[in-house]
Design a protein around this ligand. Structure first.
Ligand code: NCD
Ligand code: ZN
Length: 349
């Protein structure tokens, strides 16, 4: 049901989010639990979430922060390391809380130092994932010196993803936070075993927003923002109605002090304060608000083999001001659209 200034949709889920831990957990959980039904929670803590026991303990810490009025359920993931064995895949696939494994090629992004150096050496583990039908979530970038930072995703497809899907045609893969026309073309050619999440910030911005007229750390994330033609391909993909694409914010908080740093700006954009509202702005801008529900609330659950949420939420066209900073434990962070307006708001029904 929709009219020009209000839209009621099935409760959405976020299929890729970083909630962190410790003193920052109350802040991230408060934001994610406002209206999302579920979220795939990334395991890149320090140390990472590698066993079902780690995941259960992290799940409990998250649940403790969920406000009473919210039904939010965290969907846990395990961090694939070079020590991950077949037995761990069996345990994970029999575990109620764990829904996927996450592969970070070593060193590619925040807290990826525990990741995989040789993807081929994990093939026995992928074979078991294929057998157990547990999804593999990919940070699909190479970070070798020979590859330009803007080409990391496209090179990963050629070097690793194509061989991986040939070897394991039934492995369920989520190509996380896609950023390029190459990734879109790849997904168009391969669905239904490979799906993709798309972030709000990769739909809203391109590398000019980050670099032209001065560097803006708030937009620095990995995979890095690409040129406008790639942004346009992502906009087309997200609003196409193709069930291979679904919402994954990759909301990844970092304190202002580690982003606005003379060297080594931390990678990650915070969007959980306004996630669905930002996607709604994007979809409306393209005249495709009617496609938001499938992208935000249906296609992800379908891919993961989970039921769609049974209740609804209401979005209204109502501007509100994003603060310049948000408090974040003992620190503060600068969210996406800091000091600007967002045109939509989720309101009680
Ligand atoms: C993420 C983080 O900060 O944990 N950073 C990012 O730039 N997206 C890690 C990741 O998903 O790459
Ligand atoms: Zn991420």
């Amino acid at each position: 049901m929709s009219s020009s200034d209000s839209l009621t949709i099935t409760r959405p889920d976020d299929w890729h989010v970083h909630l962190r831990d410790g003193e920052t957990l109350p802040h991230t959980v408060r934001d994610i639990a406002r209206y999302f039904g579920r979220a795939i929670v990334m395991p890149n803590l320090v140390p990472p979430v590698v066993t079902v026991q780690d995941a259960a303990a992290y799940y409990e810490r998250i649940k403790r922060e969920v406000p009473e009025a919210s039904q939010f359920e965290p969907l846990m993931t395990l961090y694939l390391t070079e020590q991950t064995r077949i037995e761990a895949v069996r345990q994970a696939s029999n575990d109620e809380l764990v829904h996927a494994f996450k592969l970070y090629p070593a060193g590619t992004t925040t807290h990826a130092e525990f990741g995989i150096r040789s993807i081929e050496s994990s093939y026995p583990v992928f074979a078991e994932m294929e057998k157990q039908e547990i999804p593999l979530l990919l940070h699909a970038e190479v970070n070798t010196d020979d590859v330009d930072i803007f080409d990391r995703e496209a090179v990963f497809i050629d070097r690793h993803l194509i061989p991986l899907t040939r070897q394991f045609p039934d492995l369920r893969i989520v190509f996380e936070h896609i950023t390029t026309t190459t990734a879109v073309q790849y997904i168009e050619a391969t669905f239904d075993k490979v799906a993709a999440t798309i972030t709000a910030h990769h739909l809203m911005y391109n590398r000019n927003d980050m670099l032209a007229g001065g560097m803006r750390p708030v937009y620095y994330c990995l995979p890095i923002l690409k040129r406008k033609q790639h942004q346009q391909a992502l906009l087309k993909a997200a609003t196409s109605g193709n069930p291979a694409y679904f919402l994954g914010t990759d909301s990844a908080p970092h304190p202002r002090s580690t982003k606005e740093n003379s060297c080594g700006c931390a990678a990650g954009c915070y969007t959980a304060h306004a996630a669905l509202e930002l996607y709604a702005e994007v979809f409306e801008g393209l005249g495709k608000l009617d496609r938001l529900e499938n992208f935000a609330s249906h296609f992800g659950a379908d891919f993961y083999g989970l039921p769609r949420n049974s209740d609804t939420i209401k979005l209204v066209k109502q501007s509100w001001d994003v603060p310049d900073t948000i408090s974040f434990g003992a620190n503060e962070l600068v969210p996406i659209k800091a000091g600007q307006q967002v045109a939509f708001k989720v309101v009680p029904e």
